[in-house]
Design a protein around this ligand. Structure first.
Ligand SMILES: Nc1ncnc2c1ncn2[C@@H]1O[C@H](COP(=O)(O)OP(=O)(O)O)[C@@H](O)[C@H]1O
Ligand SMILES: N[C@@H](CCOP(=O)(O)O)C(=O)O
Length: 358
């Protein structure tokens, strides 16, 4: 029996001015407990794979356990099929343990995509696939690099996409349904999905000062990432772009310095590219950003929307409870539900995806 665990961190994307660029891996982990029983010669499971799940959304039916539809196993199947393997080895069991809240801006789908790509590599014996190459596979599915870059490589990362040749661009622009084919009526068409171009994405690790903690304030409503992308404009005015460029030049230095400089971090965390538009979906966001400052709020360094929201990410050195209490009060003030449930957690930067064998 081959058994192993794939452990992938959650992430907060778009840190400050870094929309679609900067991500931070965080200490809530998705785990896949995988066994492959190679003593069996046949399986009654679809595609030889049984999927079980515990964790967020367990009772809501949000997570499909059909290996052709579940995001993690579908991504693994994509990697396998690019390498001529039509199904999982007989007989695979993937038990998913997922404490990452779904659709809240903490990178649950990014973690699922990264874990799925690594699952494909491990069960398929595809040892030649480096992390850099796995990143290409992730980027065929989750098409912004900030979450998957943080979840795969860990830490505080800047991610960027390589300009592709027109031919390669065409390969990355095919519909997701072709990248991750779900056979109609369960019938495998036998088609090989498109292999990703090489070197689509790259990353660089920034330093992170250990005094800085990330408080995630997680309101009890869902903002699907695709919906939060629809509210963004196609074009931006020059002053807004320059505003973000000025701050993005400061942010990696500001968060790497010890002791942290609260005023510098507060300034470097501001954004005009996505937050003002997403305020529509997360009432109170602008007011939180405008009302908090290191002068008024001891321990507070800066605040931003985590990913596409609705989670708010506050950076702080101490007084976590007071800071999260103030943010929760603002979320309730501007929400129709004055008793809106909000959880908060103090998180640390996390290491990247690991495969653990006993
Ligand atoms: N562990 C998982 N297993 C299967 N599907 C998942 C898992 N985690 C997330 N997903 C899928 O991703 C969706 C959430 O993605 P998204 O809207 O991008 O929000 P998030 O900010 O959490 O990444 C879920 O509704 C579910 O369909
Ligand atoms: N850059 C993306 C990040 C989405 O992150 P998620 O955790 O909300 O999936 C965006 O802002 O759309």
């Amino acid at each position: 029996m081959d058994s192993f665990i794939i452990k992938t961190p959650s992430s907060s994307a778009n840190i400050g001015p870094g929309f679609d660029v900067i991500g931070l891996a965080l200490s809530i982990y998705l785990e896949l407990h995988v066994t492959v029983d190679r003593t069996k010669t046949s399986s009654n499971e679809p595609l030889n794979c049984k999927v079980t799940y515990e964790g967020q959304g367990e009772d809501s039916g949000d997570i499909d356990l059909d290996p052709q539809k579940n995001l993690i196993t579908r991504v693994a199947l994509y990697v396998l099929r690019c390498h001529g393997q039509r199904s999982f080895p007989v007989e695979t069991h993937v038990h998913i343990k997922n404490p990452i809240p779904l659709g809240r801006g903490l990178g649950s789908s990014g973690a699922a995509v990264v874990a799925g790509v690594v699952l494909g590599k491990e069960v398929g014996g595809l040892n030649h696939l480096t992390d850099e190459r796995l990143f290409d596979y992730c980027l065929m599915i989750e098409r912004h690099p900030d979450n998957v870059g943080a979840a795969l490589f860990g830490g505080f990362v800047g991610t960027y996409l390589k300009p592709l040749s027109p031919e390669d661009t065409a390969r990355t622009e095919i519909p997701l349904s072709e990248v991750l084919p779900a056979p109609a009526g369960g019938v495998d068409t036998g088609e090989t999905p498109p292999d990703p171009p090489h070197g689509i994405g790259h990353h660089i690790k920034f330093p992170w000062t250990k005094e800085i903690k990330a408080i995630a304030i997680i309101p009890d409503f869902v903002v699907p990432t695709h919906k939060a992308r629809e509210v963004l404009p196609e074009k931006y005015v020059r002053p807004d772009v320059v505003f973000n460029l000025q701050r993005i030049a400061l942010l990696p230095v500001a968060l790497g310095q010890s002791p942290p400089d609260p005023e510098l971090i507060h300034l470097a965390m501001q954004d005009k590219i996505h937050q003002p538009y997403r305020q529509l979906l997360i009432p109170g966001l602008n007011e939180i950003v405008d009302s908090m400052s290191p002068k008024k709020d001891p321990g507070f360094l800066g605040v931003c929307l985590s990913g596409a929201g609705p989670t708010i990410l506050a950076l702080a050195t101490h007084d976590f409870e007071t800071i999260s209490g103030k943010i929760i009060a603002k979320l309730r003030e501007f929400n129709d539900d004055k008793n809106l449930k909000c959880e908060w957690q103090v998180l640390e930067p996390a290491e990247g995806t690991k495969v653990i064998r006993a």
